[in-house]
Design a protein around this ligand. Sequence first.
Ligand code: SMO
Length: 754
Amino acid sequence: MLRSEDPRFLRGEGRYLANLPLEGALHAVFVRSMMGHAGLNGVDAAAAARMPGVEAVWSAADVEGLPQIPPSGNVPELFAMPLLASERVRYVGEAVAVVLARTLEQAVDAAELVAVDYDPLPAVVGFDAALADDGELLFPAHGSNVCDVLDEERPESRGDDVLADAEVVVRGTFVNQRLAPVPMEPNAFAARPEEGGGLTVWASTQIPFDVRDDIAEALGLRREQVRAIAPDVGGGFGAKLVVYPEFVVLAKAALDLGVPVRWAQSRSESMTALTHGRAQRQRVAIGATRDGTITGLQVHLTQDLGAYPIGAYLAVTTAEMAGGVYRIPSIDVRGESIVTNASPVQAYRGAGRPEATALIERAIDLLAAELDMDPVALRRRNLIEPDAFPYDTGLGPVYDSGEYARALDTVLGLAGYEDLRAEQARRRSAGGPIRLGIGISTYVETTAFAGKEWGSVEVHDDGTVTALTGSSSHGQGHETAFAQLVSGALGVGFDSVTVVHSDTAKVKMGNGTYASRSLQLGGSALWEQSLAVIDEATRLAAEDLEVAIDDVALADGVFGVVGAPDRHRSWSQVAQLARAAGGALSSEGRFAQRESTYPFGAHIAVVEVDTGTGDARLVRHVSVDDCGRILNPMLVQGQVHGGLAQGIAQALYEEVVYDEQGNPLTSTLSTYAMPSAAELPAFENASTQTPTPHNPLGVKGIGEAATIGSTPAVQNAVIDALSDLGVRHLDLPLSPERIWRALRAAAGTDGTGQ
Ligand code: SMO
């Protein structure tokens, strides 16, 4: 089934927020901090306010009394993120003021004249600076830049002696670098005051219901007074899971000024004002017996949350998934989350699970090198067996179902692993400059978590169907997937089902889209409601046909009397019967999944590394990803391709870099090295299908899986290419400079040519 969304996207007919016609709207431009860390003495808006077309200039005083964005988890309230900075700025890009003018150009010009009086402070950049004993503090009242700890009460911490049974212990420190999500559509928002004191708001968001609820609460409105709409959303990747300060400020401005306002972020603005991802340091020790049986894993995580800790769950998720696909008797994960003078860190495609997979998969390869074992053989020896499910990790997660060795065998076969190793050996003995590297990653991830989603199915008098879902597309293909699911259940044509989402006036409730949850939760809800509608329709048809319910069956989209093929009722007729009886033929409800599902897979990356220049080129990437039962193979493959692109980008190209003053050095796409299709090979993908017992469809998530599986495969491949030259570990991204320096260091020269 092809994606029904694509014709409009491919023809430039997408309805993104910046395309929204909004009569008389003022254009907003935010004035943002140009200092990484500074006291804020004052904001002088007088000159800006006198500029042509300017209707208002707001700073912190204008939003005083509105609630701030709260920190997450157990982080103390004093870490809250202000709507507009007052007293102190904590990262470059933090909103300080907003200019509202009749045209965008007028707003841009006026914003340049807003004078912000800063008192520069030393910036806290990076893990060591944040943890230094006498270092600068972002929140002096807290007395430390540590805002949260993985404490010893948590199940993922089980004592110090996890390495006691090991004959071999291997240690490493890995940095999972800070990334920018870079959705094709940057952040955007609009608000229009409505008669009676309410608001309609449009947001480029993954969570329209949270946008509605948070804005209503902040402005003292009832939920019904705020209608939130997410139109076509051009990617989110986790960065659009925040009800941003800008949304609340602009909703308030529309309400107070009594006119619509609109805002669309520029690309370079979005590189610092959208949340970032990853930014984790991992100290890892893995222990094993000499035959390669893993006995214990010890991890200390430091999660950099940037200036405002709204992502404190990230370290917890990494801790819970640290054991990967392996049977590890003893695991101890500790750590802390810290604040630094950088953009806040939050979910980014995988949100804690890529970091977990990276740490365990790198540790496995270090162990294999130490034991002089093939990394495939070491993995195979320690994989959790198929008969061990449900598998209690002891860290919280209970893996639902898995066939890890089957995924590994499948990918080895597709890649031609033995031939690749032979080719690698040939090149090594030939001694040429282009080395071959083969990297393996076997992964498990967690999707949906315990969660709920709402759905409704209604059959109209003409036999067409409307499916409402609380799930919210930001590019995944919900309109296709859910129409396919409902049309298949009801036996009606794909084209007769209309899917409605992301409008709080049309959809009763919803949770939105994150954690690869849409099909398993939103789809299961629509599946259950479809079955409920079939039950009701069968009852109505039986009554009308004057036969027992058990004598009526739905086949080929028609309710027929069993054994009497000429006696039947169509969906249209049954819908009219329901209407005549005083109601609609519809059903609605929420599906609740008690536990996470755990997709898994195995990836093999093949790289060529030029030892003369340090350039690493991915020549093949082979993946086997298992997301349970597959509804639409093309949608799955699309998610895998996008996921691979982002995971490979982390391995080879992307990194957000700050200088010592907290200035971002990578806030444009000429300095942040996001790859295009031209840098990537054609992907080789296959699937295995291991259903989950946790939902009626047997489906797991696929949106994040390939990102999670791919990064360590590519990292391991590059290191594998250089292992015989004395390179044991390299951090990400594997830039030519980093590789070249490592080769120089391994050869006993320091990289400066000395
Ligand atoms: S970045 Mo994901 O929604 O766990």
